[in-house]
Write a new protein. Structure first.
Length: 256
């Protein structure tokens, strides 16, 4: 076997979730950075091996350890104190709540943004971040499935359309807010509402008559759209939409 082929096989082995612990242990000490990188991001690398890789001389490997949900709690706590690692720890779903709470107050908006994106961030922390001075952070809070409904209601009134857009895509947004967003003046908000598979059928019926063709496209593609609405969209004035609505209609008709 050529050296290049041998290296390639080791890289594949290092990244394979089914690779035995003993082999991952050996690969984690390999001189080739690419191999250690694969071990560090492998979803099944044991905590004890990740603990050793957390001291690797390569920053990228340490960052991957900080992201890996199998990394020991103690390692995540230590990494959360390092400026270059905070943003990685903020995204880790196994990061302790007290650490996420502290990182939510970090001066770096990227760190706060990632805390806002983390689906395991506590509701009280998301509530605080919903008042962040940075719109990108508020947008992330609006997209988080763990954000309280009363906070989603507040964010649905934000002047920045991208925040309202994220509320429109959130699977836990209450129907009353969906109804309000269906009348949003910004078509891009209505487009995402039309795409959301959690949007109630009666709202999709209304959106199927929207003046914006891309809103109607979203309705046509939505798996929650009633088949009778798809039938109507087959006669849409937009030829491309009507053609594709026919395709979606035929596909859905097979389910009945």
């Amino acid at each position: 076997m050529k050296i290049s082929e041998y290296r390639s096989s080791k890289i594949k082995l290092a990244g394979n979730p089914k690779t035995p612990k003993e082999i991952l242990e050996r690969l984690s000490k390999d001189k080739d950075i690419r191999i250690r990188v694969c071990v560090a991001e492998n979803p099944n690398t044991p905590p004890e091996i990740l603990a050793k890789l957390s001291k690797d001389e390569n920053k990228d490997i340490r960052r991957l350890v900080a992201r890996n949900p199998h990394s020991p709690k103690e390692i995540l706590i230590e990494f959360s104190k390092e400026k270059e690692m905070k943003a990685e720890v903020a995204l880790n779903i196994k990061t302790p709540e007290e650490v996420l709470s502290r990182l939510a107050e970090d001066e770096n908006y990227v760190v706060r943004l990632r805390v806002a994106l983390n689906p395991k961030t506590p509701k009280n922390v998301l509530s605080k971040l919903s008042k962040d001075k940075n719109d990108a952070v508020k947008e992330a809070v609006a997209s988080n499935p763990n954000t309280p409904k009363n906070i989603l209601a507040i964010l649905s009134k934000e002047s920045y359309w991208r925040i309202r857009k994220s509320v429109a895509l959130n699977p836990h947004t209450p129907k009353k807010i969906f109804e309000k967003l269906a009348k949003d003046k910004e078509s891009r908000v209505r487009r995402d509402l039309a795409k959301n598979p959690y949007t109630p059928k009666d709202i999709l019926v209304k959106l199927s008559k929207d003046t914006d063709v891309f809103v109607r496209w979203g309705v046509a593609k939505n798996p929650n759209t009633p088949i009778k609405v798809l039938n109507q969209l087959r006669n849409d004035k937009d030829p491309y939409l009507s053609h594709n609505a026919q395709v979606y209609y035929n596909f859905r008709a097979l389910e009945f």
